[in-house]
Structures are given as structure tokens and as C-alpha cells.
Design a protein. Sequence first.
Length: 91
Amino acid sequence: MLAGLAPLHAERLALRGGPAGAINDPNIFYDTSSYGPRAIAAMAGVVGLDQLVTGTDRPVVDPPLRPPLGASAAGAMSTINPHRMLHGRSA
């Protein structure tokens, strides 16, 4: 679930000598469940849209009716990125 927003602390981690570059690993994907548009946009700004995948907390919480970053981003997060995550290549 967006790694608890930990990547948003990468700048702070780097200033303290930590391995902040690890958030750029193309094999790490971040599930968007339980987060709204501001958190998802912030994560996209740090790790890139290619690392985000649509997740849900169903059956506990229904997913949002509107994609938080628009239709193009929703397609990437719900189709292209999960395919790459599961199969290791582009859809």
C-alpha cells in the first residue's frame, strides 16, 4: 500500500546517508489501495507512474469510482504496470 509512503522520505534518508536510490528499482511496485489522489500523485512524482499498480481493499472498502490521476494513468496502473510486474515485460 504505497509502502506506507516511505519513498516520500527518500530525500530525508539521502541527507542522512541512507540508501535513498533503492526507491528507483524498476522491480519494485507500489500498490495504490487505500490512498487518494494527493498521495498517489506524490508517489508518482517520486517513483514514477511506471511503478504504481492499482490495488483495492475489497471487500472491506470499494475502489474509487473515478481514477485519481486520469484515464491514461488509470490504464497504466491497472493494465500495463501489473502486466510488467507479473511478466517482466511491456504489455
